[in-house]
Design a protein around this ligand. Structure first.
Ligand code: DQA
Length: 145
């Protein structure tokens, strides 16, 4: 069964209570269990990881290569707008990935409009709320064919 690694970056552990007007009421645990269940239906194994630390995310991306992860689904949180290290890690392991944002970052502050990942991502989702994770997983399952 193909493996998909779901990575959530800083502050996404607070989903459900963090700025609910922007990010909604669904918790990260709910998102992750929903993705695991959806993965069961789609025939993919979903692995989940969240960290508030840039280096830990880089290390998890490196480990994915040894685990034979086929795709990565990543919401890098604020590191989207700052992290050359996460970009380089994703490019370095050469695992295709989808970048997901719960909010429509393009409708928000100008500093959220630039992503260090989008031009190396296979696809980018923004503004679909937490439903975006499931839509991205569905896309990935289709690409795995
Ligand atoms: C986010 C958007 C980022 O700008 C922000 O820093 C986040 C979450 C989103 O999911 O909409 O932490 O990635």
């Amino acid at each position: 069964m193909s493996k998909v690694l779901v990575i959530n970056g800083p502050n996404l552990n607070l989903l459900g209570s963090r700025e609910p007007g922007i990010y909604g009421a669904t918790t990260l645990a709910d998102v992750e269990s929903g993705l695991r269940a959806q993965g069961g239906t789609l025939g993919v194994e979903v692995l989940c990881f969240q960290s508030n630390h840039e280096g830990a995310i880089v290390d998890r991306i490196h480990a994915a290569r040894d685990e034979d992860v086929a795709w990565i689904l990543i919401n890098p949180g604020a590191y989207t707008h700052t992290s050359v290290a996460i970009r380089d890690a994703l490019a370095g392991v050469a695992i295709p990935f989808v970048e997901v944002h719960i909010s429509n970052v393009h409708k928000r502050e100008p500093f959220r409009h630039h992503s260090y990942l989008s031009d190396v991502a296979e696809a980018v989702m923004a503004g679909f709320g937490t439903a975006g994770y499931g839509l991205a997983l569905q896309y990935i399952a289709g690409r795995l064919g």
